[in-house]
Write a protein that binds this ligand. Structure first.
Ligand SMILES: C[S@@+](CC[C@H](N)C(=O)[O-])C[C@H]1O[C@@H](n2cnc3c(N)ncnc32)[C@H](O)[C@@H]1O
Length: 222
């Protein structure tokens, strides 16, 4: 399970004694314990943490009948959370090039008719999607995040949502990840037609929503 390395900024007092304890989740996907056990068995340590999952579930719930895309299935942590929030009419495509990891996700979630697993390269999947739209995209692998960003954001219409995680420093980042993060943030935040907010929470999230704005007012522009 990915863990954030940096301390939570601006926090005072004992968070775990507060009703605002954000490590407490009243509901978790039923499949998560078994998914996590299998993740440990095969040494898969890249699963999305519960805070991120709860955030994904709430976003999925905001789009009844939604069409969702997860780039990077892993063993199914994020998939389970998205399905937890989604209503019965929603549909989720999830993509990963690692067939062994996806086999675990499929074992625990594959009976859910709302999800379709795609075992293939994420870049090839994105390139094949020219006329498709998604209400919400969770980009959790390189294609759609550090590469193929334009193609991925073009899948969103007004009001549709893109989320990335892993933006705060982590000990298990692969080579090159830390150099890519500021480039990704700049590429999104300097882009017209998208409202975005950085959340220094969980593994570090960026929430991006397509809007009609042509240009934002920059703080130094008066
Ligand atoms: C951070 S993990 C995904 C975790 C998952 N979303 C979750 O919530 O637990 C990243 C995944 O990207 C996959 N991956 C790496 N390169 C890929 C590529 N080019 N195309 C598709 N998947 C890729 C890896 O196999 C790995 O499972």
């Amino acid at each position: 399970m990915r863990q954030r390395a940096a301390a939570e900024p601006g926090r005072v007092g004992r968070q775990d004694e507060s009703p605002m304890n954000d490590n407490e989740f009243r509901c978790r996907p039923r499949s998560l314990v078994a998914i996590q056990a299998d993740a440990e068995r095969i040494g898969f340590g890249m699963g999305s943490e519960a805070k991120t999952g709860a955030f994904l579930a709430a976003l999925a719930a905001s789009k009844p009948g939604g069409r969702f895309l997860e780039l990077g299935t892993g063993v199914g942590h994020g998939t389970a959370w998205i399905l937890e929030g989604a209503d019965p009419a929603s549909r989720l495509d999830t993509v990963d090039s690692d067939g062994n990891a996806v086999a675990i996700a499929r074992r625990h979630l594959g009976t859910d008719p709302r999800v379709t697993f795609h075992v293939m390269d994420g870049a090839e999947f994105i390139k094949g999607l020219k006329s498709t739209n998604y209400d919400f995209i969770y980009a959790d692998t390189w294609p759609g995040k550090f590469t193929h960003l334009d193609e991925t954001l073009s899948l969103l219409r007004l009001g549709e949502i893109y989320v990335v995680d892993d933006l705060l420093p982590q000990s298990n980042w692969p080579d090159g990840h830390s150099l890519r993060v500021p480039l990704l943030l700049d590429a999104i935040e300097s882009r017209q037609g998208f409202a975005s907010v950085k959340l220094a929470w969980a593994s570090g999230l960026l929430l991006v929503v397509r809007n009609a704005a042509q240009q934002c007012n920059r703080p130094d522009s008066g």
